[in-house]
Design a protein around this ligand. Structure first.
Ligand code: F6R
Length: 613
């Protein structure tokens, strides 16, 4: 989604800002812009489309010397919400005087009434955006103190924001603030970088400050002064990013998605390392912050998430019930707070989110906290809002996930959920002997995944026969049902083939009407409980002319023979098998999309981190 970069220091600001925006491109956007401070006046360049177009625009619009002398500016990538992705709607937006520039992530919900009020006072608006209204409001509040003006304006605003504000009248500072949309400040040597995502800061410094909701900061080249919106100073620690800039490069792969699929053995090893206790057949997840007694008192596990993270939770549901004999359910984060969930202090609520910034999941976390549940998070991005608000949780350690389509985060989420279920299970019904066996299987996940990745070329060849269809169905049972949902999501989001995931038994309750000669049905037919029934459903599809691609267990020749094409996964525990199975589907989707010539890492209309409801 939208991205913010701000810079104040000693370097060439346009270059720093454009490079920062490039680092944020993975988040998904459709227009971009920047504003720099030159001789106490604000200059703006904007364009629809990619950051490269913006770069060309700025270079033709501004003289070369300007690039060498300006050292302060703000920039933005916009994912359109209010108004189409045009140049005029792109950020930064200026106030009435043209002396104040603003970039903004989030949504100002009461912008219509604010706009009407400002129009009544003679303000004229050029764009359809809520952001331009906020820029004018700040200008209206400005009586010679930009910080105070931003505070006064934000007091009148309803909704979510992460902002950076520049004023020609106060060239030594950028004001930044947040409510519901992340802001990180990089503390460099004689320079400060503001960003909505630490990836834009990495090239400058590892030292960062995360703003909390309702924090507002005066950022100069040498200082960061943080207050609340009532001008009361607050203290925020400087944290170390601990992120390697190389991890955000493609490293020789054609796409980040392919790189991230291949990184899975290592990512999973990092997610699992030090967290299995093979002697007692359990797991060690200190971040959960629970005593054995607290665990024993839990009566239910409720997982919340969106999209791929929701699918990971669905696998977790099977794991908690199977291994720990505890009632488990998954709820869509977007629905959670609107349906008055029945949650109490014996419930463990697990917020699952790669980015740790998804607005719906964050809102659900707040609702669960409100209801007194025991809330923890399962995030990948260290220091993200959900991770910080839950206070306790388990990080995935999957490394930066740049491709919009989630791959390694999903498999690491499932691996961590399996370890959580094992821990809960050992405190309940699961025997030491069974625990030791499962711990061993979980420990082998990186190798199981490597074996699937070795079939990359074969999967690419199979994919070539599935590029012409406009519809596809994925079917599975038990823990393979969420894998079918995830497989369908991967295919549709990157290849634009309409794909649906169904429980294998559900197909004949309606969707089977859509099958015709050659319609692809991808069947999760691994040798796990329920396989025979899935094979029955496969025959129902074949009888209607479907073309069947099976995910089957190595050595299960009889099942493989039922398929038109098949990809094998190693034999393993049924819950563990979800991970290699999904990796096979990730590779399949990737190759179908590649052969269809799709823009894999940044599919149309999608954003990496969805920070609006
Ligand atoms: C799909 C995908 C999305 C995310 C969803 C939640 O490939 O990546 O469906 O899973 O937007 O994002 P997080 O996990 O960051 O909360």
């Amino acid at each position: 989604m939208c991205g913010i970069v701000g810079y104040i220091g000693k370097a060439n600001a346009p270059k720093v800002l454009i490079n920062g925006l490039r680092r944020l491109e993975y988040r998904g956007y459709d227009s971009a812009g920047l504003a720099v401070l030159d001789d106490d006046q604000i200059l703006v360049a904007k364009s629809a489309g990619k950051v490269s177009v913006l770069n060309d625009r700025a270079r033709t619009q501004w003289p070369q010397e300007l690039f060498n002398r300006v050292t302060t500016g703000i920039a933005h990538t916009r994912w359109a919400t209010h108004g189409p992705p045009t140049e005029v709607n792109a950020h930064p937006h200026l106030d009435k005087s043209g002396d104040i520039a603003l970039v903004h992530n989030g949504i100002i919900e009461n912008y219509r009434s604010l706009r009407a009020r400002l129009e009544g006072k003679g303000h004229h608006f050029f764009s359809e955006t809520d952001t331009e209204v906020l820029a004018h409001l700040i200008g209206e509040c400005d009586k010679g103190d930009l910080f105070q003006a931003v505070c006064d304006a934000l007091h009148q605003v309803e909704g979510a924001f992460g902002i950076a504000v520049l004023s020609a009248q106060e060239p030594d500072r950028i004001i930044t603030a947040r409510r519901g949309s992340p802001i990180v400040i990089g503390v460099g040597d004689g320079e400060s970088i503001i960003a909505s995502d630490a990836c834009a800061i990495l090239a400058h410094t590892q030292r960062v400050i995360y703003l909390d909701d309702n924090d507002i900061a005066i950022v100069t080249a040498d200082s960061v002064d943080i207050r609340d919106l009532n001008n009361v100073p607050v203290t925020r620690e400087i944290a170390e990013l601990g992120m390697d800039a190389a991890a955000t490069e493609k490293g020789g792969y054609d796409h980040f998605m392919l790189k991230e699929i291949h990184e899975q053995p290592e990512a999973l090893a990092n997610a699992i390392r030090g967290r299995l206790d093979h002697d007692v057949g359990s797991s060690v997840l200190a971040g959960m912050g629970t005593s054995p007694r607290e665990l024993a008192e839990l009566t239910r596990v409720v997982m919340i998430g969106c999209g791929t993270s929701l699918h990971a939770g669905l696998v977790g549901e099977y794991a908690f019930e199977d291994l720990a004999d505890i009632h488990a359910e998954v709820q869509q984060a977007a629905e959670f707070r609107y349906r008055n969930p029945i949650i109490g202090n014996c419930d463990l609520v697990v917020a699952i989110s790669q980015s740790g910034e998804t607005a719906d999941t964050l809102a659900a976390v707040r609702e669960a906290n409100q209801k007194g549940a025991f809330v923890m998070s399962l995030c990948n991005v260290v220091g993200s809002t959900i991770a910080r608000e839950t206070g306790r949780g388990v990080y995935l350690h999957a490394g930066p996930e740049i491709s919009v389509a989630s791959t390694k985060a999903f498999t690491c989420q499932v691996a961590v959920l399996l370890m959580m279920a094992l821990k809960l299970g050992r405190g309940r019904r699961y025997s030491r002997e069974d625990g030791i066996k499962l711990a061993r299987e979980i420990g082998s996940i990186p190798d199981l995944v490597s074996k699937v990745i070795l079939q990359n070329d074969l999967i690419a060849k199979i994919a070539a026969d599935y590029t012409k269809n406009e519809h596809a169905f994925f079917i599975g049972r038990g823990p393979m049902y969420p894998v079918a949902l995830e497989g369908a999501l991967k295919l549709k989001e990157i290849s634009y083939i309409h794909a649906e995931g169904y429980h294998a038994a559900e197909l004949k309750h309606g969707p089977i009407a859509l099958l015709e000669k050659g319609t692809p049905v991808i069947a999760l037919a691994c040798d796990v409980p329920g396989k025979d029934k899935t094979l029955g459903n496969v025959e129902e599809c074949r009888a209607r002319g479907a073309r069947i691609l099976g995910i089957v267990t190595e050595g299960d020749h009889e099942t493989a023979e039922c398929m038109d094409d098949f990809i094998t996964i190693p034999r393993c525990h049924p819950l563990v098998a979800t991970i290699p199975a999904v990796v096979a589907l990730q590779l399949f989707s990737y190759h179908v999309a590649r052969l269809r010539g799709c823009e894999i890492d940044q599919p149309r209309n999608l954003a990496k981190s969805v920070t609006v409801e």
